[in-house]
Write a protein that binds this ligand. Structure first.
Ligand SMILES: [Zn+2]
Length: 87
């Protein structure tokens, strides 16, 4: 099975439990439950703002990664995600 990443925050979604929800209550496999709830994005800022929010948890999850490194990685990765592609 192909590994799915949230197309908004880039979080790996290894379980359907992490999928976002559509307005009709169904699962949305493109986005995680933290980004997409009942058919709407929970975060409405820019890609840069999203990156700043995601730096601390990323550094927590990867103790040998610096905040600068995490930020640089996300700046490369985010523009490939569906939500930010045309931003
Ligand atoms: Zn997400």
């Amino acid at each position: 099975m192909e590994r799915k990443f949230c197309q908004s925050c880039g979080m790996p979604m290894d379980s359907e439990e992490l999928y976002g929800t559509n307005a009709d209550g169904g699962k949305n496999p493109d986005y995680c439950k933290y980004c997409y709830e009942k058919g709407a994005f929970t975060f409405h800022g820019s890609m840069e703002e999203m990156i700043e929010i995601c730096v601390p948890p990323m550094v927590n999850a990867n103790p040998d990664m610096t905040a600068d490194k995490a930020r640089a990685m996300m700046k490369e990765f985010y523009p490939t995600l569906k939500r930010w592609k045309n931003a």
